[in-house]
Ligand binder design. Structure first.
Ligand SMILES: Cc1cc2nc3c(=O)[nH]c(=O)nc-3n(C[C@H](O)[C@H](O)[C@H](O)COP(=O)(O)OP(=O)(O)OC[C@H]3O[C@@H](n4cnc5c(N)ncnc54)[C@H](O)[C@@H]3O)c2cc1C
Ligand code: FES
Length: 254
């Protein structure tokens, strides 16, 4: 579905854990979107011209859910929205995860968890989610568990496996028989997942979160280094907003 820019309406805003919010918005921008695609929200404050991108966490006809961390002024403003408030939204944007049905490991960390949850809900094949958190302030964990097998790693060991997502995968032998890996999260996590997938010979798709400006492929603010030269610009760059945010792991250098 082509992206559209429209005025949606905030349905609810809830704080899941300190600084992490869930927002349902009444809008058609998520209808027919694919897991891994994102939307961009515009601030009411016109001094913040650029929209803020968020992975689509969940959809129902005529509404979508975002889950976001307060990182700066834009997300702080969104966290204060109340039901009934209008919100300008653009989407769906970018390319989602490929529609496969091989036995999959779905890996998410931090603010990369929302689009992975959307994939978990809709993935056609056998699936195990591996979620990485700092500590027991966990968000979306119960949603994931309701959608399928879910394994948790916390850095401080307060819940699940102590360590990171790869510690959990290794300690529980989760890669045995896996046919594909999908991941979204901080760049160091993605780099480690990419190396692990290569070492295990498992196809891998990563969703990247570069800083963005236009969100529609026009400004090159969001380029990431690619292994191959781009056919149009003849440089080793890919636009995360337009060519991604999901890439086959071998396409990008992290
Ligand atoms: C495709 C995509 C999907 C995203 N999905 C989610 C999501 O589902 N949930 C969520 O919480 N966040 C998500 N983000 C990150 C989110 O867009 C930023 O946190 C947000 O734009 C910050 O806006 P701000 O005005 O609050 O902060 P700003 O004042 O713009 O920045 C505050 C801090 O956040 C950092 N920051 C800004 N943009 C990004 C970014 N793109 N990636 C990493 N750090 C950034 C800045 O470097 C700065 O340190 C996503 C980003 C992209 C590109
Ligand atoms: S944000 Fe403008 S090209 Fe990606």
């Amino acid at each position: 579905m082509p992206a559209r820019r429209e005025l949606g309406t905030v349905i609810s805003v809830d704080e899941l854990t300190p600084g992490m919010f869930s927002m349902w918005i009444g809008t058609g921008c998520g209808d027919s979107s694919l897991p891994g695609q994102f939307v961009a929200l515009y601030s009411h404050d016109r001094s913040r011209i650029l929209p803020r991108p968020f992975g689509i966490c969940d959809t129902e006809p005529g509404k979508l859910r975002l889950v976001f961390r307060v990182a700066g002024a834009g997300t702080e403003e969104f966290s204060r929205y109340r039901p009934g408030e209008p919100v300008e939204i653009l989407g769906p944007l970018g390319n989602g995860f490929p529609a496969l049905s091989d036995r999959a490991l779905l890996i998410g960390g931090g603010s990369g968890l929302p689009p992975v949850y959307n994939l978990m809900k809709h993935y056609a094949g056998e699936k195990t989610a591996v979620l990485g958190y700092r500590d027991s302030a966990m968000f979306l964990r119960e949603d994931f568990a309701a959608a399928g097998r879910t394994v948790v790693a916390t850095e401080d060991g307060s819940f699940g496996v102590r360590g990171n997502v790869l510690d959990a995968i290794r300690s529980e032998n989760l890669a045995d028989g896996a046919g594909v890996i999908f991941a979204c999260g901080p760049t160091p996590m993605l780099r480690a997942v990419k190396a692990f997938a290569r070492e295990q010979g498992i196809p891998c798709y990563l969703s990247l979160e570069e800083r963005m400006a236009c969100g529609i492929g026009a400004c090159l603010a969001c380029v990431t280094k690619s292994t191959e030269k781009d056919a149009h610009s003849n440089v080793n760059n890919k636009r995360v907003c337009k060519d991604g945010p999901v890439f086959e792991a071998g396409e990008v250098e992290l």
